[in-house]
Design a protein around this ligand. Structure first.
Ligand code: AMP
Length: 213
């Protein structure tokens, strides 16, 4: 069974994916994380993805769908975080699920107002090593630049800089948001309020998963 975590950049998909992993033991596939890993390792895929990611644009559909197709398996329930992001990716996912005889449990949409997203993204910091997410005001590290969890280096992602964020948010509005209607029409969309403490948002996510898992 596959669940999608859907939302704009900065809506808390990564944080809630970690919570779901810890509480329900689901697998977690984040296309953004997969690209960042490839960039770090200097692979051909990473070089290609970097051309698009640096300006906050989407990596071409066929590249993303191919990458997800190689990773998706029926081993255990899994959350997809950051995929699909366009209607063709939604169709691509639907084909992959058919090919692999996997069911779509549902799509959880973390709804957060635009003004909050800007603030969350400009202040967001992430651990390069374990991916733990921080915020300079709401969740600072104990020691500046050092991860509380693994002592890895905590950085400001290049695509979380203000000039790139505006583009990422408009890409979401123009290319990704149409997927909401696509999943609503399929009767699998669960919309929740993504504002509040991470634990409050998680209790909303949890309620949906417990009812439908
Ligand atoms: P994220 O960490 O999910 O915000 O993704 C960071 C960046 O990776 C995005 O701004 C895109 O450039 C790229 N990316 C991640 N997922 C996708 C996707 N499903 N389709 C296209 N590009 C993606």
């Amino acid at each position: 069974m596959i669940w999608l975590l859907f939302g704009a950049p900065g809506s808390g998909k990564g944080t809630q994916s970690k919570n779901i992993q810890a509480e329900f033991g689901f697998g977690h596939l984040s296309t953004g994380d997969m690209f960042r890993k490839n960039i770090k390792e200097g692979t051909a895929l990473g070089k290609k993805a970097q051309e698009f990611m640096k300006d906050g644009n989407l990596v071409p559909d066929e590249v993303v769908i191919g990458m997800v197709g190689e990773e998706l398996s029926a081993e255990k329930p899994c959350i997809l975080d950051g995929f699909p992001r366009t209607l063709p990716q939604g169709e691509g996912l639907s084909n992959l699920l058919d090919e692999k005889s996997l069911a779509l449990g549902g799509v959880i949409y973390l709804e957060v107002p635009h003004s909050d997203l800007m603030n969350r993204l400009t202040g967001r910091r992430v651990c390069k090593k374990c991916g733990e997410v921080y915020h300079i005001d709401f969740k600072p590290t104990t020691k500046e630049g050092v991860c509380d969890v693994c002592e890895g280096e905590v950085i400001h992602r290049n695509d979380d800089k203000p000039e790139v964020i505006e583009n990422r948010l408009s890409v979401f509005l123009n290319q990704t948001e149409p997927l909401l209607k696509y999943y609503k029409d399929k009767g699998v969309l669960y919309k929740i309020d993504g504002v509040g403490e991470s634990s409050e948002v998680f209790s909303r996510v949890e309620e949906i998963l417990r009812k439908n898992h």
